[in-house]
Design a protein around this ligand. Structure first.
Ligand code: ZN
Length: 150
C-alpha cells in the first residue's frame, strides 16, 4: 500500500514583512495597470497590441530602466562551472548535476546564473559593439568561436 502524505504550512509574517508584501503587491498592481493602460491607448489609436517582450520593453523604458532580452535556449542545461551543455545535466526538474565536472546545484539557480551571464554578454555587446556568443556559451554548437552581434 502506498502512503501519501502532505504538509500544510501557514505563513505568519511580522509587521515589517506584511508591509513589504503589501508594498510588492501594490507595485505589481501598479505596473499591471500601466501595461493595461498602454494596451488600451494603442487599441484606441488603432495600433496593434504589444507582445510580451515589447510590453516589457515599454514598461522598463517608461521608468528609465533598460531591458535586456536573453534567448533562454539551454540556460537550464548548461553547467556554469565548465560550460558543458547536455540534457543529462538535468536528472530532474529541480536538480542540476553536470555529467562532465560533477557540479551540483538547484536547477533554477543554475538557469538564473546562465541568464545573468547571457545578459551581461549581451549588454557588453550593446555597449561596445564587439563580438559575443549569442547566449554566452549556452549553445551546443558553441565551440568558443564568437559571432557578430545581431
Ligand atoms: Zn560542469
Amino acid at each position: 500500500m502506498q502512503r501519501l502524505q502532505a504538509f500544510k504550512y501557514e505563513l505568519i509574517p511580522n509587521g515589517e514583512q506584511v508591509r513589504k508584501m503589501r508594498q510588492f503587491a501594490g507595485m505589481a498592481r501598479f505596473v499591471f495597470n500601466r501595461g493595461l493602460a498602454l494596451q488600451k491607448e494603442r487599441y484606441a489609436a488603432g495600433e496593434k497590441k504589444l507582445g510580451y517582450a515589447a510590453l516589457c520593453k515599454e514598461l522598463t523604458g517608461w521608468r528609465g530602466a533598460h531591458l535586456i532580452v536573453v534567448p533562454p535556449h539551454h540556460t537550464s542545461r548548461t553547467c556554469p562551472e565548465c560550460g558543458h551543455v547536455a540534457a543529462e545535466n538535468r536528472p530532474s526538474q529541480a536538480r542540476f548535476a553536470c555529467v562532465e565536472c560533477g557540479y551540483k546545484a538547484n536547477a533554477d539557480h543554475v538557469a538564473a546564473i546562465n541568464v545573468l551571464r547571457a545578459g551581461h554578454a549581451r549588454l557588453a555587446c550593446e555597449v561596445s559593439g564587439a563580438v559575443r556568443p549569442p547566449a554566452a556559451g549556452t549553445h551546443r554548437s558553441d565551440s568558443g568561436a564568437a559571432q557578430r552581434c545581431a
